[in-house]
Design a protein around this ligand. Structure first.
Ligand SMILES: [Zn+2]
Ligand SMILES: [Zn+2]
Length: 339
Protein backbone atom coordinates (compact mmCIF):
# COMPACT_ATOMS: atom_id res chain seq x y z
CA UNK A 1 0.00 0.00 0.00
CA UNK A 2 1.24 3.52 -0.76
CA UNK A 3 2.33 5.80 2.04
CA UNK A 4 -0.50 7.69 3.68
CA UNK A 5 -0.79 11.33 2.63
CA UNK A 6 0.92 13.93 4.75
CA UNK A 7 -1.77 15.11 7.15
CA UNK A 8 0.39 17.71 8.86
CA UNK A 9 -1.21 20.42 6.78
CA UNK A 10 -4.58 19.98 8.53
CA UNK A 11 -5.84 23.40 9.56
CA UNK A 12 -8.90 25.04 11.02
CA UNK A 13 -10.00 28.22 9.24
CA UNK A 14 -12.43 30.45 11.08
CA UNK A 15 -14.92 32.41 9.01
CA UNK A 16 -14.73 36.06 10.12
CA UNK A 17 -18.42 36.80 9.56
CA UNK A 18 -20.06 33.81 11.21
CA UNK A 19 -17.32 32.48 13.47
CA UNK A 20 -17.83 29.09 11.82
CA UNK A 21 -14.85 26.71 11.88
CA UNK A 22 -13.90 24.83 8.71
CA UNK A 23 -11.45 21.94 8.81
CA UNK A 24 -9.13 22.19 5.80
CA UNK A 25 -7.84 18.63 5.30
CA UNK A 26 -6.32 18.18 1.83
CA UNK A 27 -5.20 14.63 2.71
CA UNK A 28 -8.82 13.51 2.76
CA UNK A 29 -9.00 14.03 -1.01
CA UNK A 30 -6.98 10.81 -1.23
CA UNK A 31 -9.42 8.90 0.97
CA UNK A 32 -10.20 5.80 -1.12
CA UNK A 33 -13.70 4.93 -2.32
CA UNK A 34 -14.87 1.37 -1.98
CA UNK A 35 -14.83 0.75 -5.74
CA UNK A 36 -11.21 1.88 -6.06
CA UNK A 37 -9.87 -0.78 -3.68
CA UNK A 38 -8.80 -4.33 -4.47
CA UNK A 39 -9.15 -5.40 -0.87
CA UNK A 40 -11.18 -4.04 2.02
CA UNK A 41 -8.78 -2.64 4.63
CA UNK A 42 -11.29 -3.28 7.41
CA UNK A 43 -11.80 -7.04 6.83
CA UNK A 44 -10.05 -9.52 9.15
CA UNK A 45 -6.85 -10.68 7.47
CA UNK A 46 -6.15 -7.24 5.96
CA UNK A 47 -4.89 -5.58 9.14
CA UNK A 48 -1.61 -4.76 7.34
CA UNK A 49 -3.56 -2.25 5.23
CA UNK A 50 -4.40 -0.07 8.23
CA UNK A 51 -2.32 1.70 10.90
CA UNK A 52 -1.62 -0.31 14.05
CA UNK A 53 -4.63 -0.60 16.31
CA UNK A 54 -5.01 1.56 19.40
CA UNK A 55 -7.58 -0.73 21.05
CA UNK A 56 -9.09 -4.08 20.17
CA UNK A 57 -11.68 -6.47 21.51
CA UNK A 58 -10.83 -8.86 22.95
CA UNK A 59 -7.66 -7.23 24.26
CA UNK A 60 -5.83 -10.58 24.13
CA UNK A 61 -3.99 -10.41 20.82
CA UNK A 62 -3.75 -14.20 20.55
CA UNK A 63 -7.52 -14.26 19.97
CA UNK A 64 -9.23 -13.10 16.77
CA UNK A 65 -10.61 -9.58 17.07
CA UNK A 66 -14.30 -8.74 17.04
CA UNK A 67 -13.89 -4.96 16.92
CA UNK A 68 -10.86 -2.69 16.60
CA UNK A 69 -10.09 0.98 16.95
CA UNK A 70 -7.40 2.39 14.65
CA UNK A 71 -6.05 5.84 13.80
CA UNK A 72 -7.80 7.31 10.75
CA UNK A 73 -5.39 7.14 7.83
CA UNK A 74 -6.96 10.29 6.36
CA UNK A 75 -7.49 12.46 9.43
CA UNK A 76 -9.03 15.90 9.76
CA UNK A 77 -6.77 16.68 12.71
CA UNK A 78 -3.20 15.86 13.68
CA UNK A 79 -2.24 14.62 17.12
CA UNK A 80 0.75 16.78 18.01
CA UNK A 81 1.67 14.26 20.72
CA UNK A 82 2.19 11.41 18.31
CA UNK A 83 3.15 13.30 15.14
CA UNK A 84 6.90 12.75 14.53
CA UNK A 85 7.41 16.27 13.19
CA UNK A 86 4.87 18.67 14.63
CA UNK A 87 3.66 21.40 12.33
CA UNK A 88 4.86 24.90 13.16
CA UNK A 89 1.85 26.85 14.43
CA UNK A 90 3.60 30.17 13.70
CA UNK A 91 3.23 29.60 9.95
CA UNK A 92 -0.53 30.05 10.01
CA UNK A 93 -2.34 33.15 8.81
CA UNK A 94 -4.78 35.15 10.91
CA UNK A 95 -7.96 33.18 11.51
CA UNK A 96 -6.15 29.90 10.75
CA UNK A 97 -4.63 27.46 13.17
CA UNK A 98 -3.29 23.92 13.07
CA UNK A 99 -6.07 21.38 13.53
CA UNK A 100 -4.96 19.50 16.63
CA UNK A 101 -6.74 16.45 17.97
CA UNK A 102 -7.40 12.76 17.50
CA UNK A 103 -9.33 11.11 14.66
CA UNK A 104 -9.89 7.35 14.92
CA UNK A 105 -11.92 4.71 13.11
CA UNK A 106 -13.87 1.98 14.90
CA UNK A 107 -14.16 -1.14 12.75
CA UNK A 108 -17.36 -2.72 13.99
CA UNK A 109 -17.10 -6.21 12.53
CA UNK A 110 -14.30 -8.51 11.31
CA UNK A 111 -16.62 -9.56 8.44
CA UNK A 112 -17.49 -7.38 5.47
CA UNK A 113 -20.88 -6.47 6.93
CA UNK A 114 -22.48 -3.47 5.21
CA UNK A 115 -25.26 -2.93 7.73
CA UNK A 116 -24.93 -2.63 11.49
CA UNK A 117 -27.95 -4.95 11.66
CA UNK A 118 -25.79 -7.78 10.25
CA UNK A 119 -23.00 -7.49 12.83
CA UNK A 120 -22.80 -10.25 15.45
CA UNK A 121 -24.08 -8.92 18.77
CA UNK A 122 -20.86 -9.41 20.82
CA UNK A 123 -18.85 -7.52 18.18
CA UNK A 124 -21.41 -4.77 17.96
CA UNK A 125 -21.47 -4.26 21.72
CA UNK A 126 -17.67 -4.42 21.84
CA UNK A 127 -17.45 -1.58 19.29
CA UNK A 128 -19.30 0.72 21.68
CA UNK A 129 -17.14 -0.39 24.59
CA UNK A 130 -14.01 0.47 22.56
CA UNK A 131 -15.43 3.92 21.88
CA UNK A 132 -16.10 4.37 25.60
CA UNK A 133 -12.58 3.24 26.54
CA UNK A 134 -10.95 5.51 23.98
CA UNK A 135 -12.97 8.56 25.10
CA UNK A 136 -12.05 7.78 28.72
CA UNK A 137 -8.35 7.70 27.74
CA UNK A 138 -8.54 10.95 25.79
CA UNK A 139 -10.53 12.71 28.53
CA UNK A 140 -7.43 12.53 30.74
CA UNK A 141 -5.34 14.61 28.33
CA UNK A 142 -5.03 18.29 29.14
CA UNK A 143 -4.59 19.28 25.47
CA UNK A 144 -8.06 18.02 24.42
CA UNK A 145 -11.36 19.39 25.64
CA UNK A 146 -14.09 17.41 23.94
CA UNK A 147 -14.61 14.06 22.20
CA UNK A 148 -17.43 12.22 20.50
CA UNK A 149 -18.37 9.49 18.05
CA UNK A 150 -20.20 9.73 14.75
CA UNK A 151 -21.47 7.38 12.06
CA UNK A 152 -22.02 7.92 8.35
CA UNK A 153 -24.15 5.16 6.84
CA UNK A 154 -24.65 5.36 3.08
CA UNK A 155 -22.96 7.43 0.40
CA UNK A 156 -25.27 10.44 0.73
CA UNK A 157 -24.54 10.40 4.47
CA UNK A 158 -20.81 10.60 3.78
CA UNK A 159 -19.57 6.99 3.98
CA UNK A 160 -16.71 6.15 1.60
CA UNK A 161 -16.24 2.48 2.59
CA UNK A 162 -19.09 -0.01 2.91
CA UNK A 163 -17.58 -2.12 5.71
CA UNK A 164 -19.34 -1.03 8.92
CA UNK A 165 -17.34 1.54 10.85
CA UNK A 166 -17.74 4.68 12.95
CA UNK A 167 -15.38 7.55 13.64
CA UNK A 168 -14.21 9.06 16.89
CA UNK A 169 -12.86 12.59 17.19
CA UNK A 170 -11.34 14.51 20.07
CA UNK A 171 -10.72 18.23 19.66
CA UNK A 172 -9.06 21.13 21.43
CA UNK A 173 -12.27 23.18 21.38
CA UNK A 174 -15.90 22.58 22.27
CA UNK A 175 -17.95 22.24 19.05
CA UNK A 176 -20.80 24.72 18.51
CA UNK A 177 -23.72 22.29 19.00
CA UNK A 178 -22.39 21.36 22.43
CA UNK A 179 -21.85 25.01 23.40
CA UNK A 180 -25.43 25.74 22.30
CA UNK A 181 -26.91 22.72 24.08
CA UNK A 182 -25.13 23.53 27.32
CA UNK A 183 -26.23 27.16 27.15
CA UNK A 184 -29.84 26.14 26.48
CA UNK A 185 -29.68 23.86 29.50
CA UNK A 186 -28.98 26.76 31.86
CA UNK A 187 -31.28 27.54 34.73
CA UNK A 188 -32.31 25.45 37.66
CA UNK A 189 -34.14 22.58 35.94
CA UNK A 190 -32.41 19.94 33.93
CA UNK A 191 -33.48 20.09 30.28
CA UNK A 192 -33.37 16.34 29.74
CA UNK A 193 -36.01 15.69 32.41
CA UNK A 194 -38.23 18.17 30.59
CA UNK A 195 -37.45 16.58 27.20
CA UNK A 196 -38.33 13.10 28.50
CA UNK A 197 -41.48 14.26 30.30
CA UNK A 198 -42.71 16.06 27.18
CA UNK A 199 -41.97 13.02 25.00
CA UNK A 200 -44.02 10.83 27.33
CA UNK A 201 -46.87 13.35 27.46
CA UNK A 202 -46.91 13.85 23.68
CA UNK A 203 -46.42 10.16 22.85
CA UNK A 204 -43.07 10.61 21.16
CA UNK A 205 -41.36 7.73 23.00
CA UNK A 206 -40.39 5.07 20.43
CA UNK A 207 -38.81 2.40 22.63
CA UNK A 208 -37.31 1.98 26.09
CA UNK A 209 -34.78 -0.27 27.77
CA UNK A 210 -33.56 -0.69 31.32
CA UNK A 211 -31.22 2.30 31.19
CA UNK A 212 -32.25 4.28 28.10
CA UNK A 213 -35.14 5.88 26.25
CA UNK A 214 -35.51 6.39 22.50
CA UNK A 215 -37.69 9.36 21.61
CA UNK A 216 -38.49 11.61 18.69
CA UNK A 217 -37.27 15.08 19.74
CA UNK A 218 -39.74 17.97 19.88
CA UNK A 219 -38.15 19.65 16.84
CA UNK A 220 -36.77 16.92 14.57
CA UNK A 221 -34.78 18.05 11.51
CA UNK A 222 -35.83 15.04 9.43
CA UNK A 223 -38.72 12.58 9.51
CA UNK A 224 -37.99 9.73 11.95
CA UNK A 225 -35.13 11.55 13.73
CA UNK A 226 -34.66 9.79 17.07
CA UNK A 227 -32.61 10.55 20.18
CA UNK A 228 -31.37 7.99 22.66
CA UNK A 229 -31.17 9.43 26.17
CA UNK A 230 -30.06 7.68 29.37
CA UNK A 231 -32.65 7.54 32.15
CA UNK A 232 -30.07 8.60 34.73
CA UNK A 233 -28.25 11.94 34.43
CA UNK A 234 -24.60 11.75 33.44
CA UNK A 235 -22.62 14.23 31.32
CA UNK A 236 -20.09 11.70 29.95
CA UNK A 237 -20.72 8.55 27.94
CA UNK A 238 -17.23 7.38 28.87
CA UNK A 239 -18.37 7.17 32.51
CA UNK A 240 -21.24 4.81 31.63
CA UNK A 241 -21.15 1.29 33.05
CA UNK A 242 -21.04 -1.94 31.00
CA UNK A 243 -24.79 -2.56 31.11
CA UNK A 244 -25.55 0.97 29.86
CA UNK A 245 -23.02 0.61 27.01
CA UNK A 246 -24.44 -2.77 25.95
CA UNK A 247 -27.97 -1.38 26.31
CA UNK A 248 -27.07 1.56 24.07
CA UNK A 249 -25.64 -0.79 21.42
CA UNK A 250 -28.83 -2.87 21.48
CA UNK A 251 -31.20 0.10 21.40
CA UNK A 252 -29.29 1.74 18.51
CA UNK A 253 -29.87 -1.39 16.48
CA UNK A 254 -33.52 -1.55 17.39
CA UNK A 255 -34.06 2.05 16.28
CA UNK A 256 -32.06 1.66 13.05
CA UNK A 257 -34.09 -1.46 12.25
CA UNK A 258 -37.29 0.52 12.82
CA UNK A 259 -36.05 3.39 10.65
CA UNK A 260 -35.10 0.94 7.87
CA UNK A 261 -38.54 -0.66 7.99
CA UNK A 262 -40.30 2.71 7.98
CA UNK A 263 -38.06 4.13 5.23
CA UNK A 264 -36.35 1.30 3.32
CA UNK A 265 -32.76 2.05 2.23
CA UNK A 266 -32.71 5.27 4.28
CA UNK A 267 -29.20 6.53 4.80
CA UNK A 268 -28.41 8.05 8.17
CA UNK A 269 -25.92 9.69 10.42
CA UNK A 270 -25.65 9.58 14.16
CA UNK A 271 -23.49 11.34 16.64
CA UNK A 272 -22.80 11.02 20.30
CA UNK A 273 -22.99 14.30 22.17
CA UNK A 274 -21.40 14.55 25.56
CA UNK A 275 -20.14 17.28 27.86
CA UNK A 276 -16.62 18.73 27.56
CA UNK A 277 -14.00 16.53 29.20
CA UNK A 278 -13.40 18.91 32.09
CA UNK A 279 -15.72 21.36 33.66
CA UNK A 280 -13.60 22.95 36.33
CA UNK A 281 -9.86 22.45 35.86
CA UNK A 282 -7.39 22.79 33.03
CA UNK A 283 -5.36 25.63 31.60
CA UNK A 284 -6.57 29.19 31.18
CA UNK A 285 -9.34 29.61 28.56
CA UNK A 286 -7.89 30.12 25.08
CA UNK A 287 -10.01 32.31 22.78
CA UNK A 288 -13.14 31.19 24.61
CA UNK A 289 -12.55 27.60 23.59
CA UNK A 290 -12.24 26.00 26.99
CA UNK A 291 -15.34 25.36 29.08
CA UNK A 292 -15.77 27.42 32.18
CA UNK A 293 -16.28 26.06 35.63
CA UNK A 294 -19.76 24.83 36.27
CA UNK A 295 -20.83 25.10 32.63
CA UNK A 296 -22.58 21.72 32.63
CA UNK A 297 -26.08 22.17 34.04
CA UNK A 298 -27.14 19.74 36.76
CA UNK A 299 -28.86 16.69 35.35
CA UNK A 300 -27.29 17.12 31.91
CA UNK A 301 -26.96 13.88 29.92
CA UNK A 302 -24.85 12.52 27.11
CA UNK A 303 -27.10 11.35 24.29
CA UNK A 304 -27.08 9.89 20.79
CA UNK A 305 -28.88 11.67 17.95
CA UNK A 306 -29.84 9.48 14.96
CA UNK A 307 -30.64 11.53 11.85
CA UNK A 308 -32.08 9.70 8.82
CA UNK A 309 -31.19 11.46 5.56
CA UNK A 310 -34.63 11.43 3.97
CA UNK A 311 -34.91 14.95 2.57
CA UNK A 312 -31.82 16.82 1.29
CA UNK A 313 -30.37 19.84 3.04
CA UNK A 314 -31.48 22.65 0.74
CA UNK A 315 -31.29 26.44 0.54
CA UNK A 316 -33.52 27.08 3.52
CA UNK A 317 -31.48 24.77 5.76
CA UNK A 318 -28.09 25.99 4.49
CA UNK A 319 -28.85 29.68 4.01
CA UNK A 320 -31.54 30.47 6.56
CA UNK A 321 -30.23 28.05 9.14
CA UNK A 322 -33.56 26.40 9.92
CA UNK A 323 -35.03 23.04 8.99
CA UNK A 324 -38.34 22.15 7.39
CA UNK A 325 -39.79 18.75 8.24
CA UNK A 326 -42.78 17.24 6.46
CA UNK A 327 -43.81 14.78 9.17
CA UNK A 328 -44.88 15.94 12.61
CA UNK A 329 -42.80 14.60 15.50
CA UNK A 330 -45.82 12.69 16.82
CA UNK A 331 -46.39 11.10 13.40
CA UNK A 332 -42.71 10.11 13.19
CA UNK A 333 -42.96 8.42 16.58
CA UNK A 334 -46.20 6.62 15.59
CA UNK A 335 -44.55 5.31 12.42
CA UNK A 336 -41.48 4.09 14.26
CA UNK A 337 -43.55 2.36 16.94
CA UNK A 338 -45.92 0.73 14.48
CA UNK A 339 -43.29 -1.48 12.80
ZN1 LIG B 1 -14.46 -5.40 4.69
ZN1 LIG C 1 -27.13 16.78 21.17
Amino acid sequence: MSEPPDARSCQIHVDPLSGRSVFVAPARAQCPREEALDECPFCAGNEHLTPDEVLRSPADRTLPWGARLIPNRYPIVVDRRSSPTPAAPAATAAGHRPAHGVHDVIVESPRHDRSILAVETPHWRASWELARQRLAQLALRDDLVWGGVFKNSGRAAGASLDHVHSQLVALDFVPPPIVAQLAAGGGDRDPFSRIIAAAEREQRVVATSTDLMALVPPAPRQPLETWLVPRQPGPWFHDAGPSVVAGLADLVREIVARIERAAPAAEFNWWLHQAPFRTSSGPEPGAGRRPREGCVPPGWRWHLEILPRISPLAGFELGIGCHIVTLSPEASARRLRAI
